[in-house]
Write a protein that binds this ligand. Structure first.
Ligand SMILES: O=C(O)CCC(=O)C(=O)O
Length: 410
């Protein structure tokens, strides 16, 4: 198969795919962070090509922990974290906290939805088509488990630096303790450290790559992972039926029971110049569904809606759900993945747990037949998730440029 594409919005991307497991991507971005041309060659993540793409054992520059910077009484704010003026957040209050949002993302009561409330079903369907973002309440995950998971990770990030460095990650798999996304040398970085780990497939789950401290963290995260996989499955059924499909259709397209599930725990230290930096740059999530446990004390997540950034006000013990690019692709863009970012503040650190429910990584994902007609042809070429996520792993967060660049010309 050959697929060539050029889009008009200042990003230029060319893909040439002969088979679904070999694809070459040339990406030219004149839009955002910096003018650059990058070539990313992907072939189903063989170690050889990961190395060619810079996804080897080493980061392009020595890693600096943002937490250590934040604790070092900086006299000047490091250039590496200063975003260009057009990307800086609007932080207008005296305490360097974002203003409370005038509007919030939709709130979906899953209990009402499952007991057949048509209004709630309609509201969720609209949220998926317009925002790709909503909060869920009555989701059946125990509040005590949510608190225990968040507390365990706060304790982890408060350990001495040597205890965390044992788990230092590399661009090859990203598993472990990290401080950057993307391998571009000289890139402007985000103000966060993180921990990345796998739950599914079981082949990838490895307790030795999870922290051993605090002492309950593995046990808590095992239970948390199981509960969130169940929640992911339930959400997939609703998403599917709201598209007029069989309840299990989306799950089947994800590979049935062979889905992937992984998690990034984000730690955003206090930032002395929050008006210059971002905790996490604008991005859409490359995978399926993200189920976020936000910090219950500190706001920071912002969702792009038209031309404004909405600051999300999390409800106690709610999850924030957002749709990733694979759902946008399977639904042929009926559902939208959402662009979001994180702002930081000078008063409080913030911790969030982002759980990613993803397709099986080596099966082609493409618009579902039932959603494709002659008036509505498939917008995206088939691509495996392994191929797809290599983009964010090499380029770092870049808004929605990748999924948009794949849209076929009409
Ligand atoms: O920290 C947050 O609120 C959002 C995190 C996020 O977007 C991510 O991990 O992809």
């Amino acid at each position: 198969m050959n697929h060539q594409d050029e889009i008009k919005n200042n990003n230029k991307i060319t893909t040439e795919a002969e088979t679904t497991d070999k694809i070459e991507i040339k990406f030219e971005n004149k839009n955002g962070l910096n003018n650059q041309k990058q070539e990313v060659k992907i072939d189903n993540m063989s170690d050889q090509d990961k190395n060619k793409n810079g996804l080897g054992e080493k980061w392009p520059e020595p890693i600096v922990r943002v937490q250590s910077l934040a604790e070092s009484n900086l006299t000047t704010f490091p250039d590496r974290y200063i975003k260009p003026p057009s990307q800086r957040p609007q932080i207008t209050t005296i305490n360097h906290q974002p203003e409370a949002a005038a509007i919030n993302i939709p709130i979906i009561d899953l209990e009402s939805l499952f007991s057949g409330n048509k209004d709630v079903k309609e509201r969720m369907s609209e949220a998926c088509r317009k925002f790709g973002f909503f909060q869920v309440i009555n989701h059946e995950v125990r509040p005590e488990l949510m608190d225990a998971a968040r507390e365990a990770w706060k304790s982890f990030f408060n350990l001495p630096v040597e205890a965390k460095e044992v788990y230092s990650n590399s661009p090859l798999t990203y598993e472990g303790y990290g401080s950057r996304l993307g391998v571009e040398k000289g890139a402007i970085l985000d103000w966060n450290d993180y921990y990345f780990l796998h739950f599914l497939p079981l082949l990838l789950k490895d307790h030795n790559k999870w922290p051993s401290l605090p002492s309950n963290i593995r046990e808590v995260m095992d239970e948390y992972g199981k509960e969130l996989v169940k929640l992911g499955e339930r959400l997939m059924r609703i998403l599917s039926s709201n598209l007029g499909l069989k309840e299990e259709q989306l799950q089947e397209a994800f590979g049935g029971q062979d889905v992937g599930a992984c998690m990034r725990i984000n730690y955003y230290p206090k930032c002395p110049r929050p008006e210059l930096a971002l905790g996490l740059s604008p991005h859409s999530d490359p995978g399926g569904i993200t189920i976020l446990l936000p910090d219950d004390q500190v706001v920071g997540l912002q969702v792009r809606h038209s031309d404004t950034w909405i600051t999300v006000n999390p409800l106690p013990h709610a999850f924030i759900v957002n749709l990733g690019d694979q759902i946008q692709i399977l639904s042929n863009s009926i559902y939208k993945s959402s662009e979001h970012r994180v702002i930081v503040n000078s008063q409080k650190e913030r911790v969030s747990l982002a759980f990613f429910y993803n397709p099986k990584s080596d099966i082609p994902i493409q618009p579902l037949q039932q959603l494709v007609t002659s008036n509505n042809p498939p917008l995206y070429p088939p691509m495996t998730f392994d191929q797809y996520r290599l983009f964010i792993r090499t380029q770092g967060p870049r808004g929605k440029s990748y999924v948009e660049s794949l849209i076929s010309p009409r």
